[in-house]
Design a protein around this ligand. Structure first.
Ligand code: MN
Length: 261
């Protein structure tokens, strides 16, 4: 993997002022850093290039039936987003079954199969009609969730970070470039555990399309190349335990599978 080449302005300024005396890395401006920090990349299908990840956004409750099963009213809710850290990515190569570690602190570990859109062109206040021009490509992924902790924090009106934003919680496959694979406004999306179908829906059932998600999100934050968006899960989310094998599918993308260990 490539070494990280960017640091924040503050870190670069500190390095420039001689505060990073024992540097082992290098910033874009050539200043050294006291240690190297790994950046996050996703392989691009059919290419030797890697897609560099800047932010991971996830939309919440974007399928009617899932919204209802989570206790919400899908008719009254504007879209909302949360983030996962980029180093939470677990990349799974096509044709492999990756070991996925059962996380600490939870007794109710849930799968959520989702379409993932990767931004290639940034912007603010992007109109929905032009939003798909900003998509670099797509993959499929799992928004793994410590459901018990998510619910407990929500009940206490605390941030649900610990339920959603933890190590290995952003499972995904290679990015397929939009000019080759096209866009995804419909198509079957399913998830099986040990060969049994658990989630089964159609992308056309999303409340907010990928284009509408980009339009909405770009009002809250300027989007940049490297931002990826998990587009929400259908209903019938549920638990897995160690030894279970999860397989996920979206029409036109290669399946992805992991084993919980
Ligand atoms: Mn989700």
């Amino acid at each position: 993997m490539q070494r990280r080449k960017f640091v924040s302005g503050a870190a670069a300024a500190a390095a420039g002022a001689g505060l990073a005396a024992c540097a082992t890395g290098n910033t874009q401006s050539g200043a050294r850093t006291p240690f190297a920090v790994k950046a996050s990349y996703i392989p691009i299908a059919g290419s030797d290039e890697l897609y560099p990840v800047r932010r991971i956004y996830c939309i919440g409750r974007n399928y009617r039936a899932h919204s209802i099963e989570m206790g919400s009213n899908p008719d009254r809710e504007p879209p909302f987003f949360f983030q996962k850290p980029t180093d939470a990515i677990q990349y799974v190569a096509v044709g492999t079954t990756a070991d996925h570690p059962y996380p600490t602190l939870t007794k109710n570990y849930h799968y959520e199969v989702e379409l993932v859109a990767a931004i290639g062109k940034g912007g603010r206040n992007i109109p929905a009609a032009q939003a798909l021009d900003h998509v670099y490509g797509y993959t499929l992924g799992l928004d793994m969730t410590r459901r018990d902790l998510q619910r407990a924090m929500g009940d206490e009106k605390k941030p649900w970070e610990i339920g959603k934003s933890f190590d290995h919680s952003a499972v995904l496959g290679p990015i397929h470039r939009a000019p080759q694979i096209g866009h995804f406004d419909k198509g079957q999306i399913w998830l099986k555990v040990n060969g049994q179908t658990k989630q089964d829906a159609d992308l056309s059932m999303m409340i907010w399309s990928v284009a509408e998600q980009i339009a909405n999100l770009s009002q809250a934050n300027e989007l940049f190349p490297g931002d990826i968006i998990y587009s929400g899960t259908p209903d019938k989310v549920g638990p897995v335990v160690r030894g279970d094998v999860i397989e996920i599918h979206i029409d036109r993308l290669p399946n992805l599978s992991v084993k919980i260990v």
